[in-house]
Design a protein. Structure first.
Length: 248
């Protein structure tokens, strides 16, 4: 069995979306879509591994402010930018963070944040799926900063379109916690007080129950990922093409 976990020098959180059993008896294909943390961290050796893996398009979900702080260099692939968060509203994010902190439970707090993201940024989610669907031949790499939240939601939508079971999607999401542990340890060491350390632990948590709850909410409200995307403006052609990225 081909290994989904990829060791690309410079990144921590890289894995292929191939090898998932689907609810209708199929299997997702390797080399079609890869998820990762920011590819700006890749070394030359890491980029060689990505290109050798078949990556030809990168979908960068980071905001314009993140790109300004980390200007893109010369890359050996085509790059498409779709800010999943649009232009972030700092006041809204501060209030959402307070609400998540008040909830306490990691599953409920993470679910709250993700459902809010999908509600407020439905058009951007559709744009991300459309970018995957419209990419030229070759593998597509989807990333944000850590490859956990924005990337996690886009990947969850793609995998549900391919009819991967919610439990398997949630388990894949949870892998990011272990993968990004070195980053968390660095953040904790740099934190100035216990309150900041507690917040770091909360916002980096990857409880599988949270992703499962988000998918349940999409099912309840929209009849699933396809209904959510279609209601946000995605055409049937886009949904079919996005599904075909992972399945023949």
């Amino acid at each position: 069995m081909q290994n989904r976990l990829l060791a690309w020098d410079g990144c921590l959180n890289v894995r292929d979306l191939g090898g998932f059993a689907t609810e209708d008896g199929g299997v997702t294909r390797f080399g079609r879509v890869v998820r990762s943390d920011s590819v700006r961290q890749l070394t030359d050796e890491g980029w060689k591994a990505a290109v050798d893996h078949g990556i030809r398009t990168v979908l960068d979900l980071r905001t314009a402010a993140e790109l300004d702080a980390d200007p893109p260099g010369e890359l050996p692939v085509e790059v498409v930018h779709v800010s999943f968060l649009g232009v972030p509203d700092d006041e809204h994010w501060a209030e959402l963070d307070r609400r998540a902190q008040a909830v306490g439970d990691p599953v409920a707090a993470t679910t709250l944040v993700y459902v809010d993201m999908l509600e407020r940024h439905r058009a951007e989610a559709v744009g991300a799926i459309r970018a995957v669907a419209d990419a030229p031949a070759g593998g597509v790499l989807v990333h944000c900063a850590g490859g956990k939240d924005r990337t996690g939601l886009v990947v969850a939508l793609l995998l549900r379109l391919a009819r991967v079971a919610p439990a398997d999607i949630a388990a894949d999401y949870a892998i990011s916690g272990d993968a990004l542990a070195p980053r968390l340890e660095r953040w904790l060491a740099e934190a100035t007080d216990d309150a900041e350390r507690e917040r770091m632990r909360r916002i980096t948590a990857t409880p599988p129950g949270a992703m499962a709850a988000v998918l349940e909410e999409l099912e309840r409200r929209f009849g699933g990922a396809a209904g959510y995307l279609r209601g946000g403006g995605a055409s049937d052609e886009t949904l079919v093409a996005a599904r075909a990225r992972l399945r023949d």
